[in-house]
Design a protein around this ligand. Structure first.
Ligand code: PLP
Length: 394
């Protein structure tokens, strides 16, 4: 089986699992318990927090909060900020955010908040002028993702967050770094110094599913979202998921050690696949290719066929990838990201995302570059749409 769906989730690295296992076996104690046996669990959580804080360049370890996933971190940031700042009722985000942000924004707009959803151009880039013009005196929060999960397009967070703070330092900046964490440089004391809140989850970088984090800069007005015990400095109640927290910190450490080599190799393989596809398949384009992109993501728009058909046949060939469209209540909805980018109708349903990881091999990439043209050719021969469309200039 060839796994090229690493933007959905990643394999747990064996080294990371080894680091976690002691906390699922012998050291299962509650870190809040007073007796000596529980001390290793408490120390492990403290150390994991320090590890993350130091990798992120946080001023204090207490700025790093552990959650269950990026979705929780994002919800905590939004609803915590909303409750702490009742007088500001305008929010800015982009039309291409993950549903974890978009659906929260839609919910807030249903309850009286005014939300500006900024569009993107054909390459997936934001318009800086439009961004600046959207800022208002009642803007509470700006939420912009670092890298897009579908196309890999990277937004200029350093620039956007600086503009926000120069306009009004009281506007909060939330960055969803779920796809970029460990893949792109993120330093809360340097390029992300104007970002107040940063959300991500461990399963995108070889830690298990079920653990995430919210960086919450000291002094940021944000109320407790998950009300309960005193854990996470009273900001997020609930007994800590010790093993998974330890695993996520180990994953950040591992990525830092192997980062440059892994990413160079991944980028070379991604580009090899991209070149191979463009050379061998007519009427394809790469979504977001004109923008800065994450090194591991390749979103291919195949004109005149359905992405679901491609995925099905890729799966038959033992290849896991994903499509740009989601199956919603029985109807095939085109992806909101590709819709916002203005991807032509003929390719909207035929987009396939390949996302690589440090475990992707050259032989796998070669295999896909051989298989995909055959699959596309087979599907197009069955498609009346292809006979019609390919004869005409687009
Ligand atoms: N944000 C982005 C950009 C994502 O890609 C994802 C998951 O794919 C999420 C948020 C939500 O992450 P989780 O499912 O870990 O909550």
């Amino acid at each position: 089986m060839i796994y090229l769906d690493n933007n959905a989730t990643t394999a747990v690295a064996p080294e990371i699992l080894d680091t976690m296992l002691p906390f699922l076996r012998g050291e299962y104690y509650n870190p809040s318990s007073m007796y000596d046996a529980a001390k290793p669990a408490k120390q492990a959580v403290d150390l994991a927090r320090q590890t993350l804080a130091s990798h992120l360049g946080a001023a204090q370890a207490s700025e790093v909060l552990f959650t269950s996933c990026a979705t929780e971190s994002i919800n905590a940031a939004f609803f915590g900020a909303v409750r702490a700042n009742p007088n500001r009722r305008h929010i800015i985000t982009t039309a291409v955010e993950h549903p974890a942000v978009l659906e929260v924004c839609k919910e807030l707009s249903r309850t009286g908040y005014d939300v500006s959803f900024l569009g993107v151009d054909r390459q997936g880039n934001l318009n800086l002028g439009e961004f600046v013009r959207a800022l208002r005196s009642d803007t509470l929060l700006v939420a912009v993702m670092h890298a897009n999960n579908e196309t890999g397009v990277v937004f200029p967070i350093e620039r956007l967050s600086r503009v926000v703070k120069e306009t009004d330092p009281r506007i909060l900046f939330l960055c969803d770094a779920t796809q970029s964490m460990t893949k792109l440089p993120i330093r809360m004391d340097a390029n992300f110094r104007n970002v107040d809140m940063l959300a991500f989850s461990g399963h995108k970088f070889h830690a298990p599913k079920g653990v995430g984090s919210l960086f919450l800069r000291r002094g940021t007005p944000c109320r407790t979202f998950l009300i309960g015990g005193h854990q996470e400095f009273g900001r997020r109640g609930g007994t800590e998921n010790v093993a998974f927290i330890v695993g996520m910190a180990r994953a950040v450490e591992l990525a830092a050690v192997t980062h440059d080599d892994d990413l160079k190799r991944v980028l070379r393989l991604r580009d090899k696949l991209e070149t191979g596809i463009l050379a061998r398949i007519p009427f394809v384009e790469i979504n977001g290719s004109g923008a800065e992109r994450m090194p591991n993501t390749l979103n291919v728009a195949v004109h005149y066929i359905e992405g679901e058909g491609i995925l099905f046949q890729l799966s038959e060939a033992g290849i896991c990838a994903s499509s740009g469209s989601a199956c919603t209540s029985g109807s095939l909805e085109p992806s909101h990201t590709l819709t916002a980018m203005g991807v032509p109708f003929t390719a909207m349903h035929g987009s396939v995302r390949f996302s690589l990881s440090r475990y992707t091999t050259e032989a796998e990439i070669d295999f896909i570059a051989d298989e995909l043209p055959k699959i596309v050719d087979r599907l197009r021969r069955l498609s009346p749409y292809w006979d019609y469309g390919a004869q005409r200039p687009r």
